[in-house]
Design a protein around this ligand. Structure first.
Ligand SMILES: [Zn+2]
Length: 425
């Protein structure tokens, strides 16, 4: 009875798939799909929109989106998607912008996303300047161009009246950078969320580099605290800044025992601060630390070594003090991204290889720290692909983006999306 039931279910499942003809584009079908009149029409419309896309890029770049302050840009991005023909655009409870395109069958959901936030603090002057073919401004490539690509997909889908079988979400996520800790994408994949079955993130500057694995990271804020005091009268008190210095020095001594071998791992002290004046022993000294690896095992080892360095520093500074209370240290975790290896035999990945090939690009599958890390860690097909064009100096004030065949990046993303969501007949 039980076995019979199982067989029946299996037949039913097979029928569901075949009756609707609902399958992702197979590896071999990419060339056929690319040649379809609708796709060709969409490809042309993408080229026609080049100038408008550039104007949109400049406009959106100049709306700042510092970590945890993405609302303004989110509103503009939502309006942009509406103007491009999206009829259902929402901003969810954490601030993600989500345009929903209902599928003809709707048994599965494919999301394409780019992150809204930049790494730049609110007081950064953001004015796009042009030098030759280059557009220069903080955040112009990473990831404002990614958002423009998502919007360009909406326009192309409408221009060529492309209908897909799966539901499609076009998304602008919050919190991809820095201490945002992927909170936007974590929300999309929270336990009680409506499911997303495959995920395409746009966030990279080289079309040949496709992210299919997640580099894991642990992020900490370490704070040494003590009594402080006058630099002259209280000389001999334990000094939090000195302890912090020891910690960095110890980490540099023992960190390489992990980072010099095996799969790549890395550590970085990104920010330090504390203290009140040049002639005061500080009450507190803090640093923000980022530890990374594509391998969970190496990440754990590096984590242990980092904590040892901090404890050793505390001990060293406390033993060196002449009098006064001991320093204390707090190691607070402020971010965690999973290290995860994605399967490369997913249709999504195989299609991406085929598509890149058809545009004359080689593909280098790699690990990265992007929005895709979350679906990858849950075993859901996910890739992070390039924003098209050329770019450089990301995360710096001199960041640039150049429209060198930028339309190709959009065409590649569209083809990948339609292959995954299935073209409705
Ligand atoms: Zn980015």
């Amino acid at each position: 009875m039980f076995i019979k039931k199982k067989v029946e279910l299996l037949i039913l499942a097979t029928l569901l798939v075949t009756c609707h003809g609902f399958t992702e584009q197979s590896h071999a079908g990419i060339a056929d799909l690319k040649a379809k009149p609708q796709l060709q029409q969409a490809f042309e419309s993408i080229i026609d929109e080049e100038q408008q896309n550039e104007a949109d890029l400049i406009r959106l770049t100049e709306i700042p989106a510092p970590p945890f302050m993405e609302e303004e840009r989110a509103k503009h991005f939502a309006a942009m998607l509406k103007a491009s023909g999206a009829d259902d655009v929402q901003i969810d409870s954490v601030g993600n912008v989500i345009a929903t395109i209902k599928g003809s069958i709707g048994l599965k959901t494919v999301a394409v996303s780019a992150h809204l936030d930049t790494v730049f603090p609110p007081d950064t002057l953001i004015k796009v300047r042009r030098e030759g073919n280059r557009l220069i401004a903080p955040g112009i490539g990473d990831n404002t161009r990614g958002l423009i690509m998502v919007n360009a997909l909406m326009k192309a889908i409408r221009a060529a009246q492309i209908k897909m079988q799966a539901n499609v979400l076009l998304v602008g996520t919050v919190g991809e950078e820095g201490l945002g800790d992927l909170r936007g994408v974590k929300h999309l994949f929270r336990d009680d969320a409506p499911g997303i079955d495959s995920f395409i993130a746009i966030d990279g500057s080289n079309p040949e580099k496709v992210v299919t694995s997640g580099v894991g990271s642990n992020r900490y804020r370490v704070t040494f605290t003590g009594p402080g005091g006058h630099s002259w009268r209280a000389f001999g008190h334990a000094n939090p800044h000195h302890a912090l210095g020891h910690a960095i020095s110890f980490l540099d001594k023992i960190g390489p025992s992990v980072t010099d071998e095996g799969e790549k791992s890395a550590y970085n002290i990104g920010r330090i601060g504390g203290g009140t004046s040049i002639n005061s022993i500080p009450f507190a000294s803090w640093m923000e630390v980022d530890i990374r690896s594509g391998s969970r095992e190496r990440l754990d080892k590096l984590d242990t070594v980092f904590k040892q360095a901090v404890q050793q520093a505390l001990l060293t500074e406390n033993s060196a003090r002449k009098y006064g209370p001991e320093l204390r240290v707090e190691i607070k975790k402020v971010g965690e991204r999973p290290a995860a290896k994605g399967k490369t035999d997913f249709n999504l990945v195989q299609n991406m290889l085929e598509i890149n090939d058809s545009f004359g690009y080689k593909t280098n599958l790699r690990a990265g720290s992007t929005d895709s890390s979350i679906p990858i860690s849950k075993g859901i097909p996910a890739v992070t692909i390039s924003r098209g064009g050329k770019g450089g100096e990301a995360h710096s004030l001199e960041e640039w983006w150049e429209n060198d065949k930028g339309y190709e990046g959009i065409q590649i993303a569209l083809l990948l999306l339609v292959a995954e969501a299935g073209l409705a007949e």
